[in-house]
Design a protein around this ligand. Sequence first.
Ligand code: G4P
Length: 546
Amino acid sequence: MQPDVIQKEIARRRTFAIISHPDAGKTTLTEKLLLYGGALQLAGSVRARRNQPSTTSDWMELERQRGISVSSTLLQFEYQDHIVNLLDTPGHKDFSEDTYRVLTAVDSVVMVMDAARGVEERTRKLFEICRLRHIPIFTFYNKMDRPALEPLALLDELERVLGIGAFPVTWPLGSGAEFRGVYDRLRHELFLYEHTAHGRHRAPCRVGSLDDPALRAQIQDPSEYARWREELEMLAAAGEAFDDQRVLRGEITPVFFGSAMTNFGVQHVLDYFILHGAPPQARAAGRGPIEPADPTFSGFVFKVQANMNPRHRDCLTFVRVCSGLFEKDMQVGDPRTGKPLRLSYAQKLFGQDRESLELAFPGDIVGLVTHKPLPIGATLTTDPTISYDEIPRFPPEAFAIIRSTGSAKAKQFRAGLAQLLDEGVIQAFHLLDDVLGAPLLGAVGQLQFDVVMYRLQTEYGAEPRLEPAPYTTIRWFDPGVTPADLETDYLGNNVRLARDIRDQLVVLFPNDWSVAYFQEKRPQLTLHTVSPHLDARSTHHAAPIA
Ligand code: G4P
């Protein structure tokens, strides 16, 4: 294929994820983006997927029982001559490390917030991960059809709490029952929506100017109109300027207001995202960043779903293509053994459906069916000198000791646990002063423990038992810090040192107070929330994510 054709394909790709706190409207917005993207058949499937009983495997049974989606899928659609790859993330409150990992495979993010609530806990954590990567973040304030906080107060909160500059691209006219539309500050156009039953259709709207007589006719109270015009003037005079480059670096976020449920203001997000979202970006590798236009094929594994079908015991490995062309049947180096590995069973993932995939470009996600899982973070490439930086380990917030209850099943227990750790289902640590050798598991969400227990029992026939451990917070150190450097002073009650799976030293705390005490006693040490660091700049963001 001609390099200019590949270049064009790269430039028209937009790969992103939606982040939000539960209930802010991620599922609804996803449906509506698909609706506006013309992928109507997919739009209906997003919510259906969440509710539908699945019979395909035992693994799905866990999802069904708990009414949740454990796995993330990919939705792809074409919009205005662009290929949009939307990586869906688990939506349930029991989210897991998967959600974080998906964020390592996208080039931009849409952050959805409930306009009546503003920044919530989950949004903040996910935002921090995005900021570490300096990726563009588009903000959508949803549910404007309900009473909302003052838009100016929401912008102020973005800057104060998340520390990101905000540029409102659209500005809402009213909220709740009085929500009439939005003013597009870049196109200088006013969009007045009609309240009709149009859940599955585009919202009918009228486009006009600020002085539109139809608008004046709709607003009974002249003081409301005057106040709204004042806000717009104030934003023009005192707000951030729109700067493409600063958006791409993640320094300012374009902000949109709307109502996903009634389809108000949704298309603006999509239109501007296509225009200003990042195309596939260069990725940091040991020998320096690899550009997407580099002709050598390379990609990395960011998610593994093993034993999806108990009859076949195969697994699905999600690979983000970073450079070159992916072609079915191509041969790469096996990251586990270094031997050749033929990529024969490649799939294009499409919601719940799969189809065989022949070709993929940088920015695309490929699903590989393999017998054994490829390690999370592994590089797949035809050039052995390319090795992508590891996917960081994200900070677990719940910990438990896991043991095998019966010695008869100890072998299955060990084999099963080793495989689940390989797949990155959960993290494991070894306490430095532990004599029994039982691993300490660390999870971002409770769901990860459930998955481990369920899979050890059903897939490996093991008899595991979990015992809660008293830690809530973990921190990593700069390389070179040793236990001897730390143990000169009392660590604190229930504060323990441990090593992660890569032998890096970590410290575990039972509460925020003990973190503060530890840090106060050792001001010279930097405590890191994520390991290994995404890049050298990440130390600037070493403030607790929790
Ligand atoms: P999530 O994926 O972020 O968890 O949120 P989801 O889209 O499922 O939305 C959570 C709830 O908020 C849903 O109501 C949904 O209908 C509602 N919602 C989403 N967008 C809007 C909006 O723009 N305006 C209003 N008023 N509500 C919105 P539910 O009752 O929990 O579910 P359902 O019965 O409607 O499916």
